[in-house]
Design a protein around this ligand. Structure first.
Ligand SMILES: Cc1cc2nc3c(=O)[nH]c(=O)nc-3n(C[C@H](O)[C@H](O)[C@H](O)COP(=O)(O)OP(=O)(O)OC[C@H]3O[C@@H](n4cnc5c(N)ncnc54)[C@H](O)[C@@H]3O)c2cc1C
Length: 437
């Protein structure tokens, strides 16, 4: 029974959702709609710590919001790794990417497809996505309280108590938690939910920054700032040369290192390894991101190309030969890394140097010393362990009427609308189960 303290709200709410991000907004509106459809009062309360709902939606996709993917449910789920993919099978079947697009279309937000399996609102405005979700909540009778930070949750005799920063508590028959991770803390997500879940005795996998730019100590990398390679294949190796991950995605050179989907998709691997070393107190581990700048050409074909050019009368310089394939500045750097002057003509290129040049083009070794950290991470790897959740409802197995979904769960996909899709799909399951009661 809810024992009201001074300022507590005496009536117990049917459903309380904590966190008005992508997941919380989706769950709240859906729960409201389902309760209304059953002829019940949509007694759904959505609590948000900050003055704004959906802050990360506004910042997403360079303010264009890559809201989902063109991939089918199975292919999309597989991108979350073996365990994550298995876990998300039901969620992505119940609310596949196509259904997210249909729902947004019904809300007046048509979407368009873009390269790399991405989907954006046709307007190119993340605000349209966020506003559609907020309007859907309003239409579904959801009560939203902004600037209402939750400080903890507790099980009581008849359900759940949600403790607020102002000292009051709210009773809930069903509690839906979607407070996000701890990436981009400036937006309000400071990992609050992990402590609540750990206090309930649930297993929480420690968070690591993911989808975050990589830092390189090499000045030659910084000098390439602003240069991108659209058709790149990247391989992350440790000091022993073991391949830790491979991606076929664009990379971008920055003033600190590497960014772009190819580099960011593998960043959690670097973050996790750094963490291990920090904990052991040992020196910083080194990594190499090998960038295949010309994945469409084999080493042999490239060597042949150089040999044929060398045999031509008036053999071109290396930089001229590769000008059509790669930016001049990049070719010059690659040559320098191979110990060559880019202006050298192909016919005076010694055999050993030709081999070295081919190696640099096929596996340019970019030294990596770490990541830009949580401040710039798009998502958090880690969170509530999957084994604590029923993948068909997102209900915490050990508790009645507690549902956890969105980024606070140990699920992490690559760049490409996959993380919003996971937020929406897991929110859908939680809302349907909670509304059913
Ligand atoms: C810059 C950037 C760009 C991104 N671009 C994309 C993209 O284009 N496509 C894509 O798929 N993903 C993208 N992501 C990732 C995506 O934003 C997340 O996967 C998604 O927002 C997760 O949704 P969520 O609702 O679980 O968490 P969040 O969106 O983080 O929402 C959690 C909410 O809970 C609130 N909250 C936290 N603590 C409390 C508390 N104590 N009390 C009350 N409320 C609380 C927070 O203020 C926040 O509003 C991007 C992320 C960033 C940072």
């Amino acid at each position: 029974m809810l024992v009201a303290g001074a300022g507590d709200e005496c009536s117990r709410r049917a459903i309380v959702v904590v966190g008005a991000g992508a997941a919380g907004l989706w769950a709240a509106q859906r729960a409201g709609v389902l309760l209304q459809a059953r002829g019940e009062r949509p007694d759904v309360l959505l609590l948000e710590k900050t003055p704004r709902a959906g802050t990360k939606i506004l910042a997403s996709g360079g303010t264009r919001c890559n809201l989902t993917t063109t991939l089918g449910p199975q292919s999309a789920a597989q991108l979350f790794g073996t365990e994550g993919g298995r876990f998300l099978k039901t969620a992505f079947r119940v609310l596949p990417p196509s259904a997210v697009r249909e729902q947004f279309l019904a809300w007046g937000v048509p979407s368009v497809e873009a390269p790399l399996d991405k989907v954006f609102p046709a307007s190119g405005s993340a605000r349209d996505v966020r506003d559609a979700l907020v309007r859907a909540c309003e239409a579904a009778g959801v009560e939203m309280r902004r600037e209402c930070p939750v400080t903890g949750v507790e099980l009581d005799g008849n359900g759940w108590l949600v403790h607020l920063a102002d000292g009051r508590s709210i009773g809930a028959r069903r509690l839906l938690l979607s407070p996000g991770g701890k990436s981009y803390p400036g937006s309000g997500t400071t990992g609050d939910g992990y402590a609540w879940l750990a206090a309930l005795g649930l297993e929480v996998i420690p968070g690591a920054p993911a989808l975050v730019p990589l830092v390189s100590p090499a000045p030659w990398v910084h000098e390439l700032t602003g240069l991108s390679v659209q058709d790149a294949v990247v391989r992350l190796r440790d000091t022993e040369g073991t391949i830790l991950g491979t991606r076929e995605r664009p990379v971008l050179f920055t003033h600190r290192g590497l960014s772009g989907p190819g580099a960011m998709d593998l960043s959690h691997v670097v973050a996790r390894a750094m963490e291990g070393h920090d904990a052991r107190g040992s020196g910083t581990p080194g990594f190499t991101m090998e960038v295949d700048l010309l994945p469409g050409v084999t080493r042999e074909a490239l060597a042949d190309q150089l040999r044929v050019a060398a045999a031509r009368r008036g053999a071109p310089t290396v930089v001229r030969l590769l000008a059509g394939e790669l930016p001049r500045r990049l070719v010059e750097t690659v040559c320098r890394q191979a110990g060559l002057d880019a202006q050298i003509r192909c016919h005076v290129l010694p055999r050993a140097k030709r081999h070295l040049l081919v190696e640099q083009l096929k596996a340019l070794p970019v030294p990596i010393s770490g990541t830009a950290g949580f401040d710039e991470a798009e998502v958090t790897a880690g969170g509530l362990a999957l084994r604590e959740l029923d993948p068909g409802t997102m209900r915490v197995k050990r508790f009645q009427d507690l549902y956890v979904f969105g980024e606070v769960v140990d699920l992490q996909g690559p760049i490409g609308g996959l993380n919003f899709q996971a937020a929406f799909s897991t929110a859908e399951l939680a809302a349907v189960a909670a509304a059913r009661g």
